[in-house]
Design a protein around this ligand. Sequence first.
Ligand code: F6R
Length: 248
Amino acid sequence: IGTVVYENSTVASKAVAKEIADLIRVTQAQKKACILGLATGSTPKGLYAELVRLHKEEGLSFKNVISFNLDEYYPMEPNSINSYVRFMKEQLFNHVDILPENYNVPDGTLSKEEIADYCDSYEAKIEALGGFDLQILGIGGNGHIGFNESGSLQNSKTRLVALDHITRVAASSDFSGLENTPRTAITLGVKKIMEAKRVILMAWGEGKSNIIKASTEGEVTSRVPASYLQEHNNATFVLDKEAASKLT
Ligand code: F6R
């Protein structure tokens, strides 16, 4: 596993955006689609802002990009203030030329009975495209990737999961209180993440330093799903100084 440490999250986000832009341009030259796995949360906001800038100021086109987001709360209406599809539109999709039919965010409006088939088809769609060229990840304070919480297996599939208490507490300010915070979510499984040709996990701030150390230097364990990335052959942790501060 590689770790790259930058002075701050702004510089780090620009470096990740540059890698994505290069990948998009290479696939464009090859007349191929660029298959991206995307994350939400506070961590990738600077990345998306830089991608929007590259589109507006440097002509980067997203016409060949097909994206799949990692997760969505369940239940969740797409227009709700906290929905991840809304987040992605506001942070990225509405500001670039990605085709609406080419972005995918798990559907939080399904009935319970529909979810299993839907999750299978979400994975089948990724597989039919040849898997992810690049998967972007953040990391939870408990080591979750996507909403694969502690205990998620390395071969776990896309599925409905119960959110950990600590994850709900972290989200509770967005939902104005724990009692309003969803208890479940749909998440891409660990298996599809591990099958990505390239994985970049980003983390900023002192608050992430302990879990970054555990994920990169600790044992590979289901207790810390991000530790599975030690077994990926092309995964990089992109960190700011504070998130890297506990690494040996
Ligand atoms: C979001 C996701 C989560 C977040 C993680 C960190 O799509 O999959 O794993 O990446 O909870 O969240 P932030 O970036 O808000 O610290």
